[in-house]
Design a protein around this ligand. Sequence first.
Ligand code: C2O
Ligand code: CU
Length: 462
Amino acid sequence: MSRRIFLGTTTAALAMPAIAGLVGTARAEPRKMTLTAAPTTVSLVGGEWPDTATWAYNGTVPGPEIRVRQGDTVRVVARNNLAEPTTVHWHGIRLPNAMDGVPGVTQDAIPPGEEFLYEFEAIDAGSFWYHPHFNSPEQQGRGLAGALIVEEAEPLAVDRDVTWVLDDWLLRETAQIDDSFGHRGQMSHGGRIGNTVTVNGRIPDVFGVRAGERIRLRLINVANARSFSIDFGDLKPQIIALDGQPVRPHAPSDGSVVVAAAQRVDLVIDMEGKPGDVVQLTDGYYRGRTYEFHKLVYEATPPLRESPLDAPITLAANPLPEPVLDDSAMRQRIVLEGGAMGRFPAGAERFFEQGQFWFVNGLPDKGRKEPLIEIAKGRTCVIELVNQTSWEHPMHLHGFAFRVLTRDGVPNMRKEWLDTVLIRPRQSIEIAFVADSPGDWLFHCHILEHMAAGMSGLVRVA
Ligand code: C2O
Ligand code: CU
């Protein structure tokens, strides 16, 4: 891919329009909306590059931002205009099992030409997202993903609430999607890492800001495999939520904001520069491959205010049940093995022919008949996750948020709630959650090629 594909034209990135919900005081229940998955051609790279044939929700990449208020009922008819089955999974939001969108587990896949009604109450506020859970590497890799924003009952006082949906595409020189989905090299290494990054469906370029304004920025990583580490230059972003769940506001630990595949980070940023200033953001997650991300360009207009807005940036906690860490908790060790340069459990080779290279407690997804964990409803589950592979894995649990208790045995002071935790090679991480919602819930790596190649299992709550 030539490097011009990274440059694009000058396009200000705009927030995606919200299609449900209402701004203001008097408000009605959000209406029922339809999300139609269909092949769609969009201008992805811009400039003189040809349009790109994608698969998209409602004709846009990413799909429409769905915005509701905490406590609202989300009502979405998912219509399948693809040539293959699909579903919609609501990533990170707690909902009844039957609405979780996992084919063969919580519902039958929606056949081409048919519909399925998703309906659930948005009990948690925060930044979430949606994507298919059928043929995931390809359906998500061709563009099916969108943001689901649940506003707090009392939203933070900010001047702008902005969503950046981060995505990564593997394009050929014709700006068309490379169709090497399921390629063994991608499956057994770091997943499908692309050559073209987009923010809200556009190549990163210019993002206009105003001196003195306070922005709430929601970063949502919908890439198949890529992680981001955004360096905001002289700005001082404060992290206020991770995976939609509030945390005590803090600066990113090494200055950059890391967002692994499927994760979300909510930031509050005060634009403390002067009119006319330019701040070049960069993404340096992969060593030696740092590239220019958005350029923040201050308008020439006078500052909105002279000193940063004097308003709290701490979000109220969501109503999550607190894990009970005594003898009543169930403790389960989950060991990840396999992949390139990895160790394998005995007998692993018999699964290679089925494209299964990743193993969870000795078996790949296609080789397992039983759930990984069976737990009684209401009990606390503590998982010791052990990564014996040579790769990192953003591990995602459906249906619950979990607290991160320790990393390599060291207590985690922040004890953040996540739904997707990045585990480094040879690391072990302890997480805990209350199994308060009955059903079969997936636990899998969100590098979609790893999930498809075996790194997945079920947690059964009964
Ligand atoms: Cu984003 Cu199985 O999920
Ligand atoms: Cu993985």
